[in-house]
Design a protein around this ligand. Structure first.
Ligand code: DAH
Length: 341
């Protein structure tokens, strides 16, 4: 037994200092002090074979080694744990003198800002938002809008055809038909979205953004249109901006008008922006043509309405002084950054 105890002590002394984690040290401790399997606990079991008179002495010796081992392991555990903590603190240390990582802040695209403004203005007047689809068929984009095939007004809008029947919508006006087919008056919607036409210069892009408006109810007249336009113009371009209606032609409205706003840069005196006229053209509008109402199953004797459509890029260019539409589509973040709020 003496021999065995010596071996145990020697093994513990030899290896106890070699563990760098408390987990490994604990495994080593179990080898000796585990209640069942531990080598020291096993020694205790040998008590049965010891003659009675030698048992007290035997027990004393085993207890001594047990106490010694427990104290040794406790002390070592404390040391290893302190080292572990030191290592963890070192790993997690933050160098407060290091320069921070600057994450660049994004900015909204001018189109998005205009659309958000328009949505705010018009939802506050009770308009709902309808989003149509970019691929339309000929019927919704033209025929139902009182522009049947071979109607001369088709020449006003060159068109990208996807097939004989389908096309990339040339105007968000197509949304008017979907809304009127699916909803009974009163109708009050605005419909933003991308539209497509083969045109490409400083103020035209093959893809651009429009926002359509449609109001249908009993007794709607040009006065309602003009009143709404005045409110809209003052809110988007600034207090004091007035509107003026000029006769125009669109197949889906009768009468049709072109809407100008008084120049918000010079107050109407005449400047570079308004080309000396004091007025800036911003949108097309009119009283919904009775054929369009009929095409959607709405009785023109009972209901009337007005419609209006505006180009979002045009408004963004006017508002933010951008002189080439390309700047809005080149994905150069410096463009958006200039107009950050
Ligand atoms: N759809 C027309 C265009 O793209 C714009 C327009 C004019 C829309 C008059 C309307 C309207 O709703 O009444 O040129």
């Amino acid at each position: 037994m003496e021999e065995k105890i010596k071996e145990i002590r020697a093994e513990i002394e030899e290896k106890i200092g070699s563990f760098d984690t408390s987990g490994k040290l604990y495994e080593f401790r179990k080898k000796f002090l585990d209640n069942k399997e531990g080598a020291i606990s096993q020694l205790m079991k040998g008590m049965r074979d010891v003659p009675k008179e030698e048992r007290p002495q035997f027990g004393k010796i085993v207890n001594e080694v047990k106490e010694w081992a427990t104290a040794r392991f406790d002390e070592m555990e404390e040391r290893v744990k302190a080292k572990e903590l030191e290592r963890r603190n070192a790993d997690e240390a933050i160098d407060v003198t290091m320069p921070g990582v600057v994450s660049p802040e994004g900015a909204l695209h001018p189109d998005t800002m205009v659309i958000n403004d328009l949505i705010d203005i018009f939802t506050s007047m009770g308009f709902e938002i309808f989003e149509g689809t970019e691929i339309e068929n000929d019927y919704y984009n033209f025929t139902a809008l009182n522009t049947p095939k071979d109607h001369p007004a088709r020449d006003m809008q060159d068109t990208f055809y996807v097939s004989d029947e389908f096309l990339l919508r040339t105007q968000t006006s197509a949304g008017q038909i979907h809304v009127m087919e699916n909803k009974k008056p009163p109708i009050k919607i605005r419909s933003p979205g991308k539209v497509f036409r083969p045109a490409d210069d400083a103020t035209h892009s093959p893809m651009f953004t429009q926002m359509e408006g449609l109001v249908v109810d009993k007794g709607i007249s040009v006065c309602d249109l003009q009143g709404m336009l005045d409110t809209f113009s003052a809110r988007i371009f600034g207090e004091g901006v007035k509107t003026r209606l000029r006769p125009s032609y669109f197949p889906f409205t009768e009468p049709s008008v072109e809407v100008d706003v008084s120049c918000f840069a010079c107050g109407g005196k005449g400047c570079k922006l308004c080309k000396g006229t004091g007025w800036i053209e911003v949108l097309g509008a009119g009283i919904v043509n009775r054929h369009v109402l009929e095409n959607c199953g709405i009785d023109p004797e009972e209901y009337s309405g007005f419609a209006f459509g505006m180009g979002v890029e045009r408004i963004a260019m006017l508002k933010y002084g951008i002189n080439n539409i390309k700047a809005l589509f080149e994905s150069d973040t410096r463009v958006a950054e200039q107009f950050k709020d």
